[in-house]
Write a protein that binds this ligand. Sequence first.
Ligand SMILES: Cc1cc2nc3c(=O)[nH]c(=O)nc-3n(C[C@H](O)[C@H](O)[C@H](O)COP(=O)(O)OP(=O)(O)OC[C@H]3O[C@@H](n4cnc5c(N)ncnc54)[C@H](O)[C@@H]3O)c2cc1C
Length: 397
Amino acid sequence: MAQQDVVIIGGGISGLSMAFYCSQAGMKTTLIEKGKAVGGSFASHHYSSNGDSFWLELGAHTCYSSYQNLLGIVEACGIFDTIIPREKVPFTLLKNGEVKSITSGLNIPELLVSAPNLFRLKKDNLTVREYYSKIVGQGNYRNTISHFFNAVPSQVTDDFPADMMFKSRPKRKDVLKNYTFKGGLQSVAHTIAARKGIEVRTGSPAETVAMSGGRYVVRTEDGQEYSAGALVLALPSAVASKLLQNVNQAVAHHLSLLKYADVDSVGVVVRKENVSLKPVAAIISPDDTFFSMVSRDTVKDDNFRGFAFHFRPGLDDNAKFKRISEVLGVGLPKIEHTVTNFTVLPSLRKGHREWARKADDLLSGARNLYLTGNYFGGMAIEDCVSRSHDEFDRMAR
Ligand SMILES: Cc1cc2nc3c(=O)[nH]c(=O)nc-3n(C[C@H](O)[C@H](O)[C@H](O)COP(=O)(O)OP(=O)(O)OC[C@H]3O[C@@H](n4cnc5c(N)ncnc54)[C@H](O)[C@@H]3O)c2cc1C
């Protein structure tokens, strides 16, 4: 059985950033990821044909100058010069078959009357609907802005805590406001995973966690066992809850209280000459079968264009591809390549900060057990890395 200082389960950006901090401190670190490659929602799909290659984001697509912890890791990994700008193409609204600007959906008089509330109203203890319908007006919220918010975590966000939706953080002045990386986000994931001191095991999910002689023993589906003094779970809350059943019922139960939504994504790659749609960053279509379509037009390619549709759950493939073909104006035979991806994102609710505080209380009494993920300070990449940073600090103490 492999004996490590720390075993991390889950190879998304939460697990990878934790692995980075642990390995930097000289700890023998194993990271277990059930997928074929690391990255989770911080991964890019690669496609190549006749020597032409292309990548497309099916999950996260944009990083910001305020992602200071992520940037710290990027610098330490020596890949700061792989940061590339995103083209300035618009976020658009699809209404009555026409692609328009987001602002075209706004009632300006209503916006002007409501906007002063921005200076009066605090987000604390209000839901997204309660807060933003006062800031932009109820009609604007219902008809336009709510759809824009829903597009962010691919689910209805009316009941999300307003203060966890968009957070303002200090920005770095020497970095582009928003950016991605050469080769897509996956390039960062792979660079972290390749660091000295991190042993990565992909392709088999962690199935059970037990305690033996004061150490955690993780068993994967393929029968491998890993033993470590410290355990980090960097997984969707429901999976983490299940794995902890036999080692910490209190934390397992607390994790089971969180709700989450399925995100059902389909990516398509089309030869450039076959799409007439003007370049867009994204399309949001109110009350449609998809929450958003995020395009690769933000990083131009000579041969291909790529589009990731994030659908409402429960649609069959025929319905999804019919809608993709309609929105892009491209017949199905012209779609050169498709890829599907299922993931989950937390459905945060008012009072989530109390949930997170209680989680930390329970963890402080647990033996060398650490939790990171996108359900603590928020869902953004930087929230995940910040959480890993804090959990690593606790481990180091
Ligand atoms: C469509 C979409 C668009 C987004 N856009 C942005 C954006 O532009 N900017 C931004 O900042 N954030 C964005 N986000 C949010 C951000 O990408 C995620 O919150 C973040 O990447 C989550 O990272 P994570 O490591 O916590 O979870 P995940 O990425 O979900 O990683 C968890 C990992 O655990 C693995 N796993 C599950 N079960 C097991 C098991 N039993 N054993 C081993 N491994 C297991 C999974 O395969 C997965 O790789 C977006 C999210 C989505 C879905």
